[in-house]
Design a protein around this ligand. Structure first.
Ligand SMILES: [Fe+2]
Length: 199
């Protein structure tokens, strides 16, 4: 069942589902092996690659799963979608010291990332935290409303950012306007599926 991670004034959905991510990995591996390197991003991505997208989207169960968890997330937030949800998704494979600057995803209502595979070849640094950072930030408020009397320490109800260190099988889902960034610090290989949900 989906768990919620709150930060003011919004909420990130988080699920761990190794059965799903391992099943996707069987399909994503050959697609990513052949995927082009995206110079702008600095890593491999099937974003805007029609051939790769067609191979990936031939598997209808991925679509169904993404719709299922999106409805779960919306219901947990007390929304009841009145329109069909239409997922769009792509794969990425990045290496050590890559990442993406803070950004958000326009033209969709929900966005998410599925951690398919993480690999570190250097055994000497097997457990130094953190290996990878996924950070979400709410940019709607310039300053706290009660900035003259700040409530410290931050609680889940007033903090404006939240950071995760994702592992294989982790799935995150959020409202598309939420700014986020990712830094792969030491994983030699990091495969993800990124999705957007349109109505
Ligand atoms: Fe993103």
């Amino acid at each position: 069942m989906i768990a919620l991670e709150n930060f003011f004034p919004t909420t990130i959905g988080k699920i761990k589902d190794l059965e799903f991510t391992n099943k996707v990995l069987e399909i994503s591996n050959p697609i990513l092996d052949d995927a082009p390197f995206n110079d702008r991003l600095g890593y491999k991505s099937t974003y805007l690659n029609e051939t790769a997208s067609r191979s990936l989207k031939a598997h209808k169960w991925i679509n169904e799963y993404l719709i299922k968890i999106s409805i779960q997330y919306l219901k947990k937030l007390s929304y009841r979608p009145n329109h069909p949800l239409i997922p769009d998704y792509f794969l990425s494979r990045s290496g050590k010291k890559t990442g993406i600057e803070p950004h958000f995803h326009p033209n969709s209502i929900l966005s998410g990332v599925v951690y398919l595979y993480l690999e570190c070849n250097d055994e000497a640094i097997a457990h130094p935290p953190p290996r990878h950072v996924l950070e979400f930030r709410d940019t709607r408020l310039g300053k706290y409303f009660n900035q003259l009397e700040p409530t410290l320490p931050d609680t889940i109800y007033n903090k404006r950012q939240v950071t995760f260190e994702p592992r294989i099988g982790d799935i995150f889902i959020w409202e598309s306007y939420i700014e986020h960034s990712a830094k792969n610090l030491i994983w030699d290989r990091r495969d993800t599926l990124v999705f957007n949900i349109h109505i």
